[in-house]
Design a protein around this ligand. Sequence first.
Ligand SMILES: C[S@@+](CC[C@H](N)C(=O)[O-])C[C@H]1O[C@@H](n2cnc3c(N)ncnc32)[C@H](O)[C@@H]1O
Length: 288
Amino acid sequence: MSNICKNWTEWLKSARFAYMDEQQLKQTLLWLSAIRDEVLNLADLKENQIIADFGCGSGLLGFGVLDKFEDKVELIFSDKFQDCLDECKKILDSTNISSKVSFLKSDICDIKLKDNYLDRALTRSVLVHVLDKQSAFCELYRVLKQRGYYCAFEPIISQNTRYNELTSKEEITDYDEFKRAEDEFMSRSDDPLVNFDADSLKKNIETAGFSDIDLNIKVVSSTYTAQKDSVLLWFTTPPAPNQKTMKERFLDYFDEKKVNNYISEIQQALSNKEICVETKTALIKAGK
Ligand SMILES: C[S@@+](CC[C@H](N)C(=O)[O-])C[C@H]1O[C@@H](n2cnc3c(N)ncnc32)[C@H](O)[C@@H]1O
């Protein structure tokens, strides 16, 4: 298993950007702040509400809330992992805001809050890392007040553009074998990153009891010039701490020599080529 990245804070600060060149990094940072604003606008936040940022990481959503409302709302930074809460606390300590902010170490599938407590529950790219998404939605429903809202942005990774779609049988040895392997590991039910799609998300939300459901599925495209180094890093950067890299996933099917050859043929085929990569995403608003 990859040891490049050991915890979420490290992954959020550096590993997730490792394969990006300057152009991609700039696009990604702009995209992240646009996503944050989209989720916060959708949530229709108001003064005096009790709001939780679940799977807060380094606090993208939570600090967006504080930027706007400072201590006029009650904000809970919540995460399963202490390093994330420590990171948010460190950032918070560098601001003047302190009252009405709390930290909750909690798995989103077992939230340590009483029933009907929150006005708003927010997540960004959290359920994509949770194996049992149904339990998470049931918990989010339980902790919301009547007329409370859950608002989120989640990527649907299983439907992202794959490198095999940007290359051809003429360029890649054993193209079909590699495609079959990738199709298989990108749809495994025991892998939280890929065990869902737009339909299963909708079903999970309805089953949890939410009534007023707005599930907006979008395809986001980004165009950039591929470089050999960034293609390699894409294969060797973990998609989350303690998750197998793409290279490691292929190594479950083929020996190292064959996988290395595959990677170098993909590098060769894409090097200095302008490519367009699509990511499918879900913007969710669900009311209790
Ligand atoms: C991709 S990061 C997103 C962080 C942050 N929401 C953001 O937008 O930058 C995923 C976050 O989900 C958290 N997480 C993963 N599994 C979780 C679980 N079962 N319960 C709560 N948080 C979880 C991780 O610790 C990490 O902070």
